[in-house]
Design a protein around this ligand. Structure first.
Ligand code: HAM
Length: 420
């Protein structure tokens, strides 16, 4: 019969890799808590309107990448394509802003976007997402960026670039939008079909298009930086000077617009040359109107998300080998197998990593397996041993062996292993 495979773009994380995942998660939790961030766990499915309103109707994500379906209760639901909108939804639903004026949250989990799968791009991927709500101070931007760079540094990622831009605000972005629309007027033929559509719905998106021809058209286009208002300009200057004070190198990329509509003022991306065209390991920015747009009070926010798979793919040096078993119980014959079964499970309950072979294979092949698993000790229970009411306990590193009586085997082994 045909084997059923995973859904295209959905990936298994195999035991060889989970050590790296745990290491990255633990490092994130440790560093974020130093900066006062607390973990929030959220559902992976939300009402579709949350993302339409949050991310923006004319973004690629909402237009063509969401996993949306009508559930049996006749309601449109969506597998979350990102976490920010969900974090704000929970923040508002539980009125977390009443408890403290500044709220620092992070969440880790799977996101879903129906993009074309390729290296570094999946349909189910994972993010480490951070959100700081309640501060419009530019130092908050610098602090969040510092925490991101420190996290990437502590997991062992080097050679990354931090790219910064200001995306303006409701006051200055419309002027830029008008200028870019005028600039692109008459150049439609040089644009891809998506960008032709974007011209009407969201002309800023043309900057984000990966198609070479579109990039060529946009190269001489006016930049947002020429249009931003004095408030946005001074905010951006204060962010960059705080970054300098914190010794964080950055580059300004005036063509970076980000793929989500909620951003205002500071936007940033961390990129590396080693990822090919999907070169962003992390991205984020300020969103001072999002909370209000989702029906809440006027509360500013800033945050970022790290792409877990992309980060992991860059961390080859991290040792993720699984733990070495303490003991392998090799048993031959029915009586010995019975003792081995009870013994190995008792040892596990007492805190040891014990392995046993259920097959009735020869002692030699069982020992081979113990070697392959790199077990520290082996207990050998053969016919002869059982007859003589004893077992052989072998130190696999030194090859030394000692005979143990069968009574109270678990306690004896525990003592010997703890004494080593
Ligand atoms: P984003 O730039 O859409 O931002 O995603 C953040 C990161 O998630 C990307 O830099 C990338 O590493 C990873 N990522 C995105 N799509 C995929 C994919 N299809 N496969 C693999 N990795 C992917 C956001 O999602 C914002 N919510 C970030 C944010 C938080 N802004 C403010 N707060």
């Amino acid at each position: 019969m045909e084997v059923i495979t995973a859904v295209k773009g959905f990936k298994d994380i195999l035991p060889e890799e989970t050590g790296k995942w745990r290491f990255v998660e633990n490092t994130a939790r440790e560093i974020f808590s130093r900066f006062g961030f607390r973990e929030i766990r959220l559902p992976i499915m939300e009402k579709t309107d949350l993302f339409k309103r949050g991310i923006g109707e004319s973004t690629d994500i909402v237009e063509k990448e969401m996993y949306t379906f009508l559930d049996r209760g006749n309601e449109y639901l969506t597998l979350r394509p990102e976490a920010t909108a969900s974090v704000i939804r929970a923040y508002l639903e539980h009125a977390l802003y009443n408890a403290e004026t500044v709220t620092r949250l992070f969440t880790i989990g799977p996101m879903f976007r129906r993009e074309r799968p390729q290296k570094g791009r999946f349909r189910q991927f994972h993010q480490i997402d951070v959100e700081l709500l309640g501060l419009d101070d530019p130092r908050a931007d610098a602090e969040v960026i510092l925490m991101l760079m420190q996290f990437l540094n502590e997991v062992g990622l080097s050679n990354v670039s931090l790219e910064l831009n200001s995306l303006g605000c409701a006051a200055c972005r419309p002027t830029f939008r008008k200028a870019i629309t005028e600039f692109l007027n008459g150049k439609e033929d040089g644009l891809c079909d998506d960008c032709k559509r974007r011209l009407v719905s969201n002309p800023l998106r043309v900057f984000d298009c990966k198609v070479k021809e579109c990039q060529a058209v946009i190269i001489d286009a006016p930049r947002l930086s020429e249009f931003i208002c004095s408030d946005c300009r001074s905010h951006f200057e204060r962010v960059t000077s705080a970054l300098k004070e914190l010794d964080i190198p950055y580059e300004i990329n005036t063509g970076m617009v980000r793929g989500l509509d909620y951003y205002t003022k500071t936007a940033f991306e961390v990129t590396t040359e080693h990822l090919g065209s999907q070169n962003a390991v992390a991205g984020g920015g300020r969103y001072d109107r999002l909370v209000r747009e989702l029906g809440g009070p006027d509360i500013p926010g800033i945050g970022f998300a790290v792409g877990f798979e992309r980060l992991i793919s860059l961390l080859d040096k991290v040792d993720s080998s699984s733990a070495q078993p303490d003991i392998f119980v090799a048993a031959l014959g029915e009586a010995a197998q019975k003792i081995a079964f009870i013994l190995s499970n008792r040892l596990r309950l007492k805190g040891l990593h014990a392995e046993q072979d259920f097959s009735a294979r020869s002692l030699k092949s069982q020992m081979k397996r113990a070697n392959r698993l790199n077990c520290s000790y082996t207990l050998i229970l053969g016919d002869r041993e059982i007859e003589e009411n004893k077992a052989e306990f072998r130190n696999m590193a030194t090859g030394t062996q000692q005979t143990l009586p069968l009574d109270n085997l678990d306690e004896q082994i525990l003592k010997l292993i703890k004494e080593r």
